[in-house]
Write a protein that binds this ligand. Structure first.
Ligand code: SAM
Length: 216
């Protein structure tokens, strides 16, 4: 199933409308396509940049670095001010991301960590003002719960891929190979939208983005 969240002509239009302004980010975007590494799509990257610009987080936690595209996007969105900790379990991607942060002169601000997110999260110290969850879909709820204990009371927690190509919203039994991921995302969204500790907006941007704040 192709992405069934928006109409293809809308995706094409928005993709052409908003390329990354930064030349290095455009290179990373092309590299992730060439190497077939998943990175945030342009609409999601724009949203992240905007959220960081509005929220002005001092510390950001990212779960799922890939080759560093979204971390650098958030770094730029913060006016190159935020301190970002980003976790990636794949060593090759971690090394590529670290090289990219170094080439961009951002290693003072962006600290990449190689390892399994759940193991690393249990070793970190908060508070983080913003969290971006973008790793294994079926583990998003566990990442969220662990990130909660590291989050500042006014933190923003952003989760990517919550609509999973549209599968999360479809009625009926999901295809066998997607069943675990779909069920996990359905339960996760139910939790984010109905637990009285949170307030969540789910947006049909990119692969679906949930933006959660903690209720005062
Ligand atoms: N945030 C990146 C961006 O937009 O540029 C894209 C991240 S990609 C969608 C998801 C990444 O999460 C992959 O590189 C994958 O290796 C990593 N990942 C998956 N499971 C993980 C885990 N348990 N711990 C740490 N990283 C994990």
């Amino acid at each position: 199933m192709d992405n069934q969240i928006t109409y293809p002509y809308i995706d094409t239009f928005l993709h052409a409308l908003q390329p990354p302004e930064d030349a290095f980010l455009r290179e990373l975007e092309a590299l992730s396509r060439k190497e077939d590494v998943p990175s945030a799509v342009r609409t999601t990257a724009r949203l992240l940049h905007l959220l960081v610009g509005l929220k002005k987080p001092v510390r950001i936690l990212e779960i799922g670095t890939a080759i560093g595209y979204s971390a650098l996007t958030m770094y730029l969105g913060s006016g190159k001010k935020a301190q970002i900790v980003t976790i990636e379990k794949d060593e090759e991607r971690f090394l590529m991301a670290r090289n990219h942060f170094r080439s961009y002169g951002a290693l003072q601000n962006i600290k990449p960590i190689c390892g399994d997110a759940e193991e690393i999260l249990s070793t970190l110290t908060g508070p983080f003002d913003m969290v971006f969850i973008d790793a294994a879909k079926s583990a998003s709820r566990r990442y969220f719960d662990m990130a909660l204990s590291l989050a500042a009371p006014d933190a923003l927690i952003v989760t990517d891929n919550v609509l999973y190509g549209g599968r999360t919203a479809r009625e009926g039994e999901p295809e066998h190979k997607h069943r675990t991921g779909v069920k996990a995302m359905q339960e996760y969204l139910d939790y984010l939208c109905h637990d009285e500790r949170f307030f969540t907006a789910v947006l049909p941007v990119g692969d679906g983005v949930a933006i959660t704040m903690l209720q005062p």
